[in-house]
Each structure stands twice: as C-alpha cells, then as structure tokens.
Design a protein around this ligand. Structure first.
Ligand code: FES
Length: 324
C-alpha cells in the first residue's frame, strides 16, 4: 500500500472503534513503528487515503500511557473527514497520518498548579494531557472543568471517574453535574485560580470567554488550542480591509491584522483548513490583486506562487484584496 502523500507518512491500522457518545467515536490505531508525539498534539489524516484531502485531528491518546494511538472524532453533517472516519472506516483498515504537530502541550510546563478547561470535543487534548500529568507529574495539582450540552455527551465518561473533574451540563443536568455553563461563580471555586496555568480547548466563543474570565481572576499563563474554526463573525466590521471573492460573488470586510484565513472563515466563505500552520496545503487560495506577505509557501509550486496562490492561513493581507 503506497503512501498517499509525503505529508502523511505514518501508516496505522484500525484495531478497534469505540462509540463515546451518540455522535463521537474513538478510533484506536496500531502503529508498527515508534510514533513520536506529545500529549495535546494533533495529526493530519489523509481522508479516504487521498493525496489532497487532509484533516487535522487531535491525538486523544497519551504517549507512554495509552496502548494505541487514538483519534476521537465528532461526526459533522457534511464533514468529509468525520463522515469517513466515523461512518466508513472499519477494523483492520489502514489510515495515513502526518507527524504529530502543534504546540498545545503541557509537558514543558513546570508549574505545580494547573487548570484544564474543555468544552465538547475540545476535551480530546485535555484528556491526553490529564493522563500524561497523572503518570509523569503526579504531584501537580490539576483541576478540570468540562462543559457539555447534556450528560450523555460526556466523552471518555468512564475514564473521568479516575480523575477529579467538575462536569457542567447546559441541559438536563443530572446527579454529578453542575447545571449551566462555565461561569465566574464556578471559576471562583477553583482554589488559587490566579496561581494556575490554564489550558483551554473548545469552540472559539467558549475559549474567548474563558480567557477573559480567568485573566480577570488573575491568571497570567493561559494557553488555548487554536484548532477550531472561529464562529464569531467580524463580517460587520466596516473598517479594515475589503475582500472580493469573485468565484463566490461576495465582498466582505475583515479587521486589519486578520490573516486571509481568518478573513474568509469569519465571513463564512467556504475554505478548508487543517493544520493552520502553513504545512498541509489545504487552504490554498488564489489572490488576483492586492498586497500581502506570507510566512509559508510549503506545498506550493513556483508556478503556483507566480500565479498568486497563497496558503490562506499563512497569508497576511496588507491591503484590500481580490480573490479568484
Ligand atoms: S491550513 Fe494547512 S496550510 Fe493552511
């Protein structure tokens, strides 16, 4: 079986698949070679073993602790990657993964008090870190607050019984759950909040709220996973840069300082982004006019660069732009 793309050189075999919640599955993969990764990192997955469709998923397993490499995936309507992984892939199939990537990891964090905040599927890197801390830094004081919509949506439900965790459910909170969302009141119950390093993962609005709230509470060390597509819209911005996307027949605005990817996503212009770091090539976009600078051209040919193609995640507009 040949590697679909040099970006995904790691072949792994599906050992088993476990359904976590009504719409989330964990795929346990066997890698016959040593696969180096750190708790909290992610990998690109070649979807349907294709060279061009790559998606990024957190490695929900923990190095040195987990028996398998695991991916925990929420099935999203119309999501090419999640539909394939949760609907078509079966035991014994092979997947191709990239090297582990990302900087959202706690293994270089020397602090002795941590607060881990997770919402929904954002719990995947948080659980990876929680296991890692339990094994390699057992003396660290770790508090966890995990938000879900309803109790049946708790991912890794059995495993959380091994750890101290505050579970928060927006709806139908049953015994063992706090009703509602992450709040100032809940945060005020965290012992020595200001002295903690905070790791946070979840939808963008949740992370934005959490960051502001813990910083108000005196936290100075806050890390978040930037993996998720922003859902807050800045389309209403009337100052800043103007973008015309000819193929979409659309003109929109974005604040100065936005990357091209942020400008597109926050205006709901369809764009695929997996790594967000100029590595995978998913977000290739053609600029027909406008000034910009780029931090990565990986995966682009010289001809494409000459033709104005950029990686939107690594493109910083310097003025108004016209896009193909
Ligand atoms: S999202 Fe991977 S290169 Fe832009």
């Amino acid at each position: 079986m040949t590697m679909p793309t040099p970006q995904c050189p790691w072949r792994m075999q599906v050992h088993h698949i476990h359904q976590e919640t009504p719409d989330v599955w964990t795929l346990s993969l066997l890698c016959h070679d040593y696969y180096p990764y750190r708790a909290g990192q992610y990998a690109l997955v070649s979807i349907a073993n294709s060279a061009t469709t790559l998606r990024a998923y957190t490695l929900s397993s923990t190095p040195g602790v987990s028996e398998y490499i695991t991916l925990t995936v929420r099935r999203i309507a119309g999501g090419a990657g999640s539909q394939w992984l949760t609907g078509e892939v079966k035991r014994g199939d092979y997947l191709w993964l990239s090297d582990a990537q990302g900087h959202f990891t706690c293994d270089n964090e020397a602090q002795d008090k941590l607060l881990l905040l997770a919402a929904g599927c954002g719990v995947t890197p948080i659980m990876s870190m929680r296991r890692w801390l339990a094994k390699y830094r057992p003396a660290v004081d770790v508090q966890v607050i995990y938000n879900v919509r309803s109790p049946q949506e708790v991912i890794f439900a059995d495993e959380w019984r091994d750890y101290a965790v505050t579970l928060v459910a927006e709806q139908s909170a049953s015994a063992g759950f706090v009703s509602g969302r992450l709040s100032h009141a809940l945060l005020s119950e965290v012992p020595d909040l200001a002295g903690r390093t905070v790791f946070c993962c979840g939808p963008a609005p949740y992370m934005a709220w959490a960051e502001e709230a813990v910083k108000q509470g005196g936290v100075t060390r806050f890390f978040k996973e930037q993996f998720f597509t922003p859902t807050t819209s800045v389309a209403a911005a009337t100052e800043g840069l103007t973008f015309s996307k000819l193929s979409a027949g659309k003109t929109f605005f974005a604040p100065q300082g936005s990357s091209l990817l942020q400008a597109l996503e926050s205006n709901n212009v369809p764009i695929i982004a997996a790594c967000r770091e100029g590595v995978c090539g998913c977000c290739k976009t053609q600029v027909l006019a406008g000034e910009y600078h780029v931090s990565s051209t990986a995966t682009l040919t010289q001809q494409e660069i000459d033709d104005g193609f950029v990686l939107a995640c690594s493109c910083q507009p310097e003025g108004d732009m016209v896009l193909a």
